[in-house]
Design a binder for this molecule. Structure first.
Ligand SMILES: C[S@@+](CC[C@H](N)C(=O)[O-])C[C@H]1O[C@@H](n2cnc3c(N)ncnc32)[C@H](O)[C@@H]1O
Length: 215
């Protein structure tokens, strides 16, 4: 049986049996393999921009005698999304993710996005909400000392609250503590001689504490 990291399992938690998925930037292909091996969805296509990464996915798929389509592609450029309703994009930065999702007409039939971005979660949430994807759920896992945020967006005109867009769901007290600690670290690092930045950081720290206390 294929083993996957805690971080990838967090994505699996948001996958449904009816999903037909493209795993964009599949690298080793382990997520795609895990989903097919455990019959967790209808279909998966594994794709990557990098031939070496895709070769490693192909080798992992072959080793297990499985049948998973693999495609070399920058984002979804070379992939027909006919019959696909879900995109998984993980292990990249928000700007790359938004670039991949920039072709609105190509993704018009995509109903679900499962995204694990390395950075700029607020910008990611805002941009995707603007594009007609509603943040329906979010989970937080600590894997090998690092926190990972997994976002589940569904196609909908619904607008997330400003608080959700800014901070996510704030439903994991350990992750909330980490958010406060990160803001406190930033605040402490700024010298009082940079008074504007210091006060800005203090405002941010207070805002996150307030948002958490109101949950
Ligand atoms: C850090 S790995 C993450 C792999 C896997 N998704 C995961 O979460 O474990 C990032 C992968 O994304 C691929 N990638 C980066 N930019 C891409 C793009 N524009 N289109 C497709 N794949 C891309 C890289 O080649 C690499 O294999």
């Amino acid at each position: 049986m294929t083993k996957i990291s805690k971080r990838l399992k967090a994505i699996v938690e948001f996958v449904d049996k009816k999903d037909s998925i493209v795993d964009v930037g599949c690298d080793h292909g382990l997520l795609s393999i895990y989903l097919v091996e455990n019959e967790l969805c209808k279909k998966v296509i594994a794709s990557d921009i990098n031939q070496n990464a895709l070769n490693s996915a192909i080798a992992n798929i072959k080793k297990r005698n499985m049948n998973i389509e693999t495609i070399l592609s920058d984002g979804i450029e070379n992939i027909s999304l006919k019959g696909i309703n879900t995109l998984v994009i993980s292990g990249m930065g928000t700007s790359t993710i938004l670039h991949i999702l920039s072709n609105d007409s190509k993704i018009k039939n995509i109903k679900k996005l499962l995204i694990q971005s390395n950075n700029d979660h607020e910008y990611l949430r805002r941009s995707l909400n603007d594009k007609g994807f509603y943040l329906e759920d979010e989970s937080y896992v600590l894997d090998k000392g690092k926190w990972y945020v997994t976002c589940k967006f569904i196609r909908s005109d619904k607008i997330n609250s400003l608080k959700e867009l800014k901070y996510g769901f704030l439903n994991n007290s350990e992750y909330n503590d980490y958010l406060v600690m990160s803001e406190r670290k930033i605040y402490k690092r700024i010298p009082w001689t940079s008074i504007r930045s210091k006060l800005k950081a203090l405002k941010k720290l207070r805002a996150i504490k307030k948002a958490i206390s109101e949950k």
